[in-house]
Design a protein around this ligand. Structure first.
Ligand SMILES: Nc1ncnc2c1ncn2[C@@H]1O[C@H](COP(=O)(O)OP(=O)(O)OP(=O)(O)O)[C@@H](O)[C@H]1O
Ligand SMILES: Nc1ncnc2c1ncn2[C@@H]1O[C@H](COP(=O)(O)OP(=O)(O)OP(=O)(O)O)[C@@H](O)[C@H]1O
Ligand SMILES: [Mg+2]
Ligand SMILES: [Mg+2]
Lengths: 165, 165, 165, 165
């Protein structure tokens, strides 16, 4: 269940439609400070169903939508799509490729899609259940999260184990 | 249910102890259930002992030792059950050069079963990557992708003088 | 009293704005008193605007941008009133290679008036140092000092293969 | 008022009497993860009169005394001395060199000395007042303290300014 493609549009600093093809093995994301690298890891976590805006370094849900710069106006919607290679049929769908998409509008309205057809957040959670990509997993380890992981209470740590056992 | 969790926990613990010793070059580490008699609710405690030191509170560990402890936990989960992919954002920033190399050796070893997407500024981690993806912003405030060639002098990548996409 | 604080604050603010622009290569930054009419009790707010971006909440800054902001504050204090010495522990760990170099250039410039004691793993900072002091522990759990020669390949220093005292 | 010499005995991982001569300019402290570099910066902050054990990464004051290793017994006292070059007479004492010493015993008893004669903490604070080395100053910036500095409340930030104005 390789992550083959990452598409982003209007999420944080990605004002223009941007596409990134990932390879198997080790993909390094590099670039100057403030260029948008952690915004990519935030976008992946968000597309997988993350509900806590604080984990995404924002205060309110709209903080993920491109807020404009000195030369560009703010956008009204943020969209992220992740395309998985499903040849190992880890995802319980009969497709060789599965794309999950998440959208949010400035109005606060959210949309989730699986292979371009709209679904509920619950459907997304069910799709990802059992793959190790759940919210409590270590599938996305954000910047400066070492203290949070080590200082968490024993009961919270247990959740990490429940994701994989 | 309880049996399954106990078995899984024991297996992860065995990996954790082994990986910790390999990363730290000695010492010992163990995961324990805080209430062993109620397996289904118990929290998880982490005890580590870097080489030559006494078993100690996680808070006394150094910055780099804390990062290596989290890295040991992550790889022990992946050893037990490889996640399809894993996003890691600058977990290597507190590591010294030789621990950056050890971390990158683990990445290479585990990349046979899991895909890694690693944000980094450290040359040792870039060298272990199969592919580099460059992100840049320049003065526009908008993130863009650029293709990057890794030159022997890792600095080249960082300076944003990346070759245009 | 109030006048003295106001004058000092204005001078530090001028340094802060200037140093921020030099470190970030553009943008703007300013310190403001939260209650300008009660100078003797008022708190201090920090507003920053990296190049091309809008004035934003400190929480939205990237890891490296936050480090550069603190570095700007530090050097603006030192510009206003050089401290006899300053101890800095791995403030460069989140910086990309070119910002490590900019930081080390500031260290060199300000080391004419203040003594610096800098803990670091980054080669760029080691290269700017006038002298290196090595610390090692090996398997004994007891810290010892060793003399260190900086070799072109900074890794040499880190591996604990430092030349004995 | 250069920091010329640092002497430590029984503080954290420094079980053996250790002496470090600092130079003017930029002194880099380098070494493997966990070797004791941040313990040096903690020792300097402690000798300058730091009262908060949490800032020194401990839970109780004895945590700064060498706690023993697999091969060595715990010690009963920790001692740190800082020797300043006072040729610029920044310190209101008639000596070309001034040494401040701090000791703590397992019993919890603390001692402060200026040029080997015992004094109170209050005397140490008075000696350092006006030098920019007060507790609220940026004279010692510990590891991972960037978030603490940027997330502090506006009133707390003001204390930094009061130290230097
Ligand atoms: N909603 C938004 N609209 C526009 N820009 C945003 C938005 N949210 C965050 N940003 C911008 O994204 C930048 C931070 O990006 P990010 O944290 O990904 O940097 P990074 O590449 O990880 O840098 P570092 O190497 O320092 O960690 C900030 O400077 C901020 O201006
Ligand atoms: N009271 C004590 N007695 C003995 N050892 C101690 C004591 N307090 C801390 N230590 C040891 O000091 C070590 C940490 O040292 P320190 O934080 O200075 O490392 P460091 O060189 O800064 O490493 P890094 O590069 O990872 O930040 C810990 O491993 C801990 O065992
Ligand atoms: Mg980042
Ligand atoms: Mg340290």
């Amino acid at each position: 269940m390789l992550l083959k493609k990452f598409e982003v549009f209007g999420f944080k600093s990605f004002a223009d439609k941007t596409e990134l093809e990932f390879s198997p093995g080790i993909n390094a994301i590099v670039g100057p400070n403030g260029s948008g690298k952690s915004n990519i890891s935030d976008a992946i976590r968000w597309a997988l169903g993350e509900q806590s805006i604080r984990t995404l370094r924002g205060a309110k849900m709209e903080d993920v939508i491109f807020a404009g710069t000195t030369h560009r106006k703010p956008l009204g919607v943020a969209e992220v799509s992740l395309t998985f290679d499903n040849y190992d049929a880890l995802l319980p769908l009969d497709f060789g490729e599965v794309t999950v998409t998440r959208r949010v509008f400035r109005s606060g309205e959210s949309e989730y899609l699986i292979n371009k057809s709209q679904c509920r957040l619950k459907d997304l959670h069910e799709l990802l259940a059992g793959t190790g990509l759940g919210r409590e997993s270590m599938a996305v380890i954000g910047q400066n999260k070492i203290d949070e992981i080590l200082n968490s209470k024993p009961e919270e740590r247990r959740l990490l184990f429940e994701e994989v056992i | 249910m309880a049996e399954k969790f106990e078995e899984g926990f024991a297996a992860i613990n065995a990996h954790f102890s082994d990986i910790f010793v390999r990363l730290f070059g000695g010492g010992s580490a163990v995961l324990e259930l805080s209430e062993a008699d109620s397996v289904l609710e118990s929290g998880v405690e982490i005890f580590v002992q870097p080489p030559g030191k006494r078993r100690q509170n996680l808070a006394l560990l150094s910055g780099g030792e804390r990062a290596l402890t989290v890295i040991s936990i992550l790889f022990s989960f992946l050893a037990y059950r490889p996640a399809p992919f894993c996003v890691i954002d600058e977990i290597d920033s507190a590591l010294d050069e030789s621990n950056v190399r050890r971390f990158s050796e683990f990445l290479s070893e585990y990349s046979k079963h899991s895909q890694f997407i690693v944000v980094t500024h450290r040359k040792g981690t870039m060298e272990a990557a199969d592919i580099l993806h460059g992100v840049t912003m320049e003065d526009s405030g908008v993130s863009r992708l650029v293709s990057v060639k890794f030159q022997e002098e890792g600095q080249q990548v960082e300076e944003g003088r990346m070759m245009r996409g």
